[in-house]
Design a protein around this ligand. Structure first.
Ligand code: ADP
Ligand code: GLC
Length: 496
């Protein structure tokens, strides 16, 4: 099949979260299955920071955006293997900026316009490249208008006559909601602005557009696919999703073990695998403690967090329990991430008060993220909701035991430790249910107690390390979704 993924982020070019990991690595897994995959993202300033050979294709287009006409150019960069190609939409006024979506913590005022243009550009790119995709695969709200354009302005275009549109939602909390006058930017007729299509409580809602106009929908774990059909997790769109449940499924994200692997990771103090973890991890831990200015204490459990510091990630719950833990327990903590100013401030204050127990780094650093994955003993994710989560899967590979709330993708990937689950090989971490600090403290205590029993602990560590959470497991499910959708739409077709 020929597949074009449209996304607002992709590693190695532009990343704010797991969306970039998924959109930059799934193409390789699909190429390995024999498909030809393109991935198209905006040409942000950040893309030029890689040493990759990005080149202009000499292809330009002009589209209306409201009362303006805006031009764009297409750029190309070969992927690391044949069959994968990156494309970029260059429009410097919209994308040549410091950050992807925000300035000083606030959304860019023209985000609607920037992504209306991007969706339109994806359609134009297909025409100019003569890509003729079997599958046009849009991701998250920023590409929510791609399925709309496919069914409206481009419905008759020859390039899309055998195309199916698939939409993946990575996070229901980000919907791309804009005031109704932004409808004028889309070049679409006002008749689409109704409650069954593009309108949601008086606003233009990109995510809803993606759900309504695509041929198949998925999210990034089976559990989250169920959860988002309920008011608790549906962020208002649960009804829309229930109405499309016949084409909705959950497919777990995979980790790229080529990039996330303690055997080859160049950033960590010592490489190790499941056989050598008992020697390798203590060295990585000591190096991390030294780097962070924490006392090098081999017997204190080191709890790692690499996360956006937001409500979704339960950072406020964490801040609630930390003072007690820092005052009473011998565990050490390292927290890497950026997020809500209040959480950041409280964490810095706690790090000042307990410099021997807590190290806080309010930054984005992939190198440090890797050293935390290698050096920590526990990896904590008290998320309120988690569509999939990649960091707990990275942690498993690095022999760091995840402690997670049992929701979404965390529930689908982490099996709570009991002597029975350890014996049958399924145990790989610790789970808790409540949203309160007491539940979080209780599970942490349980984990720290087991940490004291080194032999059992390393059995748990090895269980996790030996499990396969790569795309090998789940990319075939994307392949099936694509094929089934094509067969449904074009019964005479033979999608290979
Ligand atoms: P989300 O996309 O909701 O933020 P995921 O767990 O799916 O959560 O993905 C987060 C990705 O971003 C992971 O690859 C993780 O390693 C990375 N990451 C998160 N915070 C940081 C940070 N402060 N520095 C470096 N990498 C980070
Ligand atoms: C979102 C979710 C995260 C998921 C990622 C990639 O950012 O918050 O759980 O892993 O997308 O799908």
């Amino acid at each position: 099949m020929r597949i074009l993924l449209a996304s607002s982020e992709s590693v190695p070019f532009a990343k704010t979260g797991g969306l970039a990991d998924v959109c930059g690595t799934l193409p390789y897994a699909l190429a390995e299955l024999g498909h030809e995959v393109g991935i198209i993202i905006p040409a942000y300033r950040a893309i030029w920071c890689t040493a990759k050979p990005i080149r202009p294709l000499g292809l330009e287009f002009i589209v209306p955006v409201g009362s303006k006409t805006v031009s764009g150019q297409l750029l190309e960069c070969p992927g690391d293997v044949p069959g994968v190609t990156y494309y970029f939409v260059r429009q410097d006024y919209y994308y040549d900026r410091d950050e992807l979506y925000t300035v000083h913590g606030h959304d860019y005022a023209d985000n609607c316009e920037r992504f209306v243009f991007f969706c339109r550009a994806v359609m134009e790119a297909v025409r100019l490249l003569d890509f003729r995709p079997d599958i046009l695969h849009a991701n998250d709200w920023q590409t929510g208008l791609v399925p709309v354009y496919r069914r409206t302005l481009y419905a008759q275009a020859p390039e899309f006559q055998r195309t199916a549109c698939v939409f993946t939602v990575h996070n229901m909390a980000f919907q791309g909601e804009f005031w109704h006058w932004d409808m004028l930017l889309t070049d679409l007729d006002w008749s689409y602005f109704n409650w069954q299509q593009m309108e949601f409580y008086g606003k233009l809602n990109f995510l809803k557009c993606g759900f309504v106009f695509s041929d198949a929908i998925n999210t990034v774990s089976p559990r989250y696919a169920e959860e988002i059909q309920t008011p608790q997790f549906g962020c208002g769109l649960d009804g829309v999703l229930r109405s499309r449940r016949d084409v909705l499924r959950g497919i777990l994200n995979g980790v790229d073990y080529g990039a996330w692997n303690p055997v080859t990771d160049p950033e960590i103090a010592q490489n190790y695998d499941a056989d050598t973890v008992r020697e390798g991890k203590p060295r990585c831990k000591a190096a991390l403690q030294a780097e962070l200015g924490l006392p090098v204490e081999p017997r204190s459990p080191l709890v790692g967090i690499v996360s956006r510091l937001t409500y979704q990630k339960g950072s406020d719950i964490l801040v609630g329990v930390l003072p007690d833990w820092l005052a009473r327990e011998n565990a050490q903590w390292v927290i890497l991430g950026k997020g809500e100013p209040d959480v950041e401030r409280q964490l810095l204050e706690l790090a000042q008060a307990f410099p021997h127990k807590l190290a806080v780094r309010l930054e984005h650093s992939e190198a440090l993220a890797r050293r935390i994955q290698a050096g920590a003993d526990l990896f904590l994710m008290p998320s309120r909701f988690e569509p999939c989560g990649l960091t707990q899967l990275q942690a498993l590979k690095y022999g760091t035991v995840p402690v997670v709330r049992e929701i979404g993708g965390l529930a689908d990937t982490i099996t709570d430790y009991t002597p029975e689950t350890l014996a049958d090989g399924s145990a790989n971490g610790f789970r808790f249910a409540g949203e309160d600090g007491a539940s979080l403290s209780a599970v942490l205590r349980r984990a720290c107690d087991l940490y004291g029993d080194t032999d059992t602990w390393y059995r748990l560590v090895r269980n996790g390390m030996s499990q396969d959470w790569s795309w090998r497991r789940t990319a075939p499910q994307y392949e099936s979704m694509y094929r089934e959708t094509l067969r449904r739409l074009y019964p005479d077709a033979d999608p290979r």
